[in-house]
Design a protein around this ligand. Structure first.
Ligand code: ATP
Ligand code: MG
Length: 334
């Protein structure tokens, strides 16, 4: 009964592996805000995921708090949604161990992100990098989330989560809800401004290719003015042949809240030299209130602490129910 009556549940997370970017905002946070009225939402700072790559401890702490502040300042309401820090809810890591025994070496080896990150961190291909998707599956399954809003790059991990859940359910009965990935149509993949064939990523992109959520207006304008475009002069969406311009169209459309076609029409006959600063200005205005709000939140550490502690308590209460059930099913004494 309870299951039929409840709102659909959403779980989404970002790891504090770098400063949040325009990609994190457009591909994730921006969509989270609108979900809060129709869904039961949990939004997480995935600090345990961040340490799969070596982090400076002080920086990691700073970024975790900054990320929390950014969620709130962008419009996540901690009274409506559960906002928390992953490591504060120990049950994620506990479930992850159990689920690791239901995830296959072969399937984990096939994950694009694992292959990608191993290449980029060749000197530190640790087991955590490999089992990352299992922890992500725990994040999702422990709350019986129905929907997981992700960027295009994370779809594969949600598929794997379903496979793990299915495998577990087929042995023990209906324990886990099968989650679905939810990829927003616009802003699903924001690319680097300097190498538009690569995703704008908070831990990898070069500084000029990456617009940070906390960048000041001057920095944002400079980055857009230097953005790589393509040969030709038409402002037309064509990812394959015009990756740079297409990315700028995508960004402008998301910032202005219009479709790609409307953006093309708005800039018809205009030069790249006119288009680039226009995109920059749209982004400056989009990010200004978020940065300013986050800065003032970060000045009140006690309030932030109150918010994440309350979030952790609420999340832990939900997580404990699932973990208990799972432990019983597999034969642990609870
Ligand atoms: P990292 O480089 O450490 O992997 P990241 O920038 O890829 O960081 P994640 O924490 O892996 O960020 O992803 C958080 C969420 O943001 C995911 O749902 C992901 O799909 C989305 N996301 C990240 N970067 C982009 C992007 N450039 N465009 C759209 N969505 C993105
Ligand atoms: Mg990533």
């Amino acid at each position: 009964m309870e299951n039929q009556e409840r709102k659909k549940r959403i779980l989404s997370a970002i790891k504090p592996s770098g400063d949040l970017t325009l990609g994190s905002y457009m591909g994730a946070i921006k969509n989270w805000i609108g979900f809060q009225d129709s869904f039961d939402c949990l939004y997480c700072v995935a600090d345990l995921h961040a340490i799969t790559v070596r982090q400076d401890p002080k920086e990691l702490r700073r970024r975790s708090l900054e990320q929390l502040a950014a969620y709130l300042s962008a419009g996540i309401d901690y009274r409506k949604s559960i906002v928390f820090i992953q490591s504060h809810v120990a049950a994620h890591a506990e479930l992850s161990w159990i689920l690791g025994c239901y995830a296959m070496f072969g399937e984990l080896s096939r994950m694009t992100q694992f292959k990608d990150k191993s290449q980029k961190n060749a000197d530190n291909i640790n087991a955590g990098l490999f089992t990352y998707p299992v922890l992500m599956a725990s994040d999702i399954l422990i709350y019986n989330a129905d929907l997981v809003p992700v960027g295009d790059d994370q779809k594969q991990h949600v598929e794997l989560t379903r496979d793990i859940a299915n495998r577990f359910n087929s042995v023990y009965g209906n324990v886990f809800t099968l989650p679905e990935a939810f990829v927003a149509p616009v802003g699903a993949r924001i690319m680097s401004l300097q190498s538009p064939e690569n995703k704008m990523s908070k831990s990898e992109s070069d500084p000029n290719g990456c617009v940070l959520l906390m960048d000041k207006p001057d920095d944002i304008m400079r980055k857009f003015k230097r953005a790589v475009t393509d040969s030709g002069r038409e402002i037309r969406f064509d990812r394959e042949n015009k990756p740079g311009v297409s990315n700028l169209i995508e960004i402008y459309s998301a910032a202005a809240g219009i479709s790609r076609e409307e953006t093309e029409a708005r800039f018809e006959g205009k030069s790249y030299g006119e288009f680039k600063p226009a995109v920059g200005e749209a982004v400056v205005e989009l990010l200004r209130p978020i940065r300013e709000n986050a800065e003032s939140l970060l000045r009140d550490k006690a309030e932030l602490e109150r918010i994440y502690k309350e979030g952790a308590e609420r999340a832990a209460a939900l997580a404990a129910r699932t973990l208990n059930k799972v432990k019983k099913k597999v034969g642990l004494i609870v």
